[in-house]
Design a protein around this ligand. Structure first.
Ligand code: PMP
Length: 285
């Protein structure tokens, strides 16, 4: 089955889906994006993702291409046309097409909109979660505005590649004070030996993950204490459990950090439980 993408008003076969070479997303990474999980052919936590998208666009002064309800219709249509029941849908909004010049186009241009969807292998994901993943750490080298979900992801690309070459699945950035910020494409968490869940606060140089926010409701419901504070790789290596959160991984246990096992080297009980219960707390639409 051929894959279908939405590109600036049209649904096209992925092979013919093209953007203008002067799209500022292509030339300058001048754009923002969102990734929603698709489960049971429905979008998971769509309103929260759209609220973050609107914030990202506001911060970069990118015009809203269309009302959020219309974006939702397109995203669901791309999911439907690709027959995705479990997977992800990707939405990208760029500043639009203009003659190449670093400053914003002097006259307003229409923002570019691209939507793609992809099925994921549920069984494979569950196997990964049952085994747990390993992470490596590396120095934070991104710009300070990582709160904006921009498509400028080159440091993240290099970090992820570095992780892969070391046989790991994720890279955790460490700031100049020695504290973990977040993963290249996920938020970082630990569980202390006395059962508190710890993750960095969103005003401390991380992306405000949607999975992270929903997970906080799960923690509240299960009366698991939450501490929003930075932690070091050393504290993480000595912690009872570690895990990462993102829309495509939900709660993914971490069993090794820089080659050293966390806990007994198997996914922790709290991470496992949070993963199992997570979708009871998500909004489906
Ligand atoms: N941090 C970064 C850098 C990310 O790329 C992601 C994934 N989009 C996250 C955190 C997790 O965010 P979410 O839970 O909204 O997917």
């Amino acid at each position: 089955m051929s894959r279908i993408a939405y590109v600036n008003g049209r649904y096209r076969d992925l092979r013919d889906a093209c953007v203008n070479v002067e799209d500022r997303g292509y030339q300058f990474a001048d754009g923002v994006y969102e990734v929603c999980e698709v489960r049971g052919a429905r979008l998971v936590d769509f309103p929260r993702h759209m609220a973050r998208l609107q914030r990202s666009m506001r911060e970069l002064r990118i015009a809203e291409p269309m009302p959020i309800t219309a974006l939702g219709i397109i995203m669901r249509e791309v999911v439907r046309r690709n027959r995705v029941t479990y997977g992800i849908v990707y939405l990208q909004v760029t500043r639009g097409v203009a003659r190449r010049d670093h400053a914003f186009p002097p006259n307003p241009v229409k923002p570019g909109v691209v939507v793609t969807a992809r099925a994921l292998d549920d069984e494979k994901k569950q196997q990964a979660a049952a085994a747990g993943i390993s992470v490596i750490t590396l120095p934070e080298n991104r710009w300070p505005r990582v709160d904006i979900k921009s498509v400028a992801l080159l440091p993240n690309v290099l970090a992820k590649q570095h992780a892969r070459e070391k046989g790991a699945h994720e890279a955790w950035y460490v700031d100049s004070d020695g504290f973990v910020t977040e993963g290249a494409s996920s938020n970082a968490w630990i569980v202390t030996k006395d059962g508190r869940a710890v993750t960095r606060s969103v005003d401390q140089g991380i992306l405000a993950g949607i999975t992270r926010a929903v997970l906080m409701e799960v923690l509240r419901a299960f009366q698991i204490r939450l501490e929003e504070r930075p932690f070091t790789p050393a504290e993480a290596r000595e912690a009872a459990e570690a895990f990462v959160t993102s829309a495509s991984q939900i709660v993914m246990p971490v069993v090794a950090i820089d080659g050293q096992v966390v806990g007994d080297g198997r996914p922790g009980g709290i991470a496992r439980r949070l993963r199992e219960e997570f979708h009871r707390f998500s909004a489906f639409s």
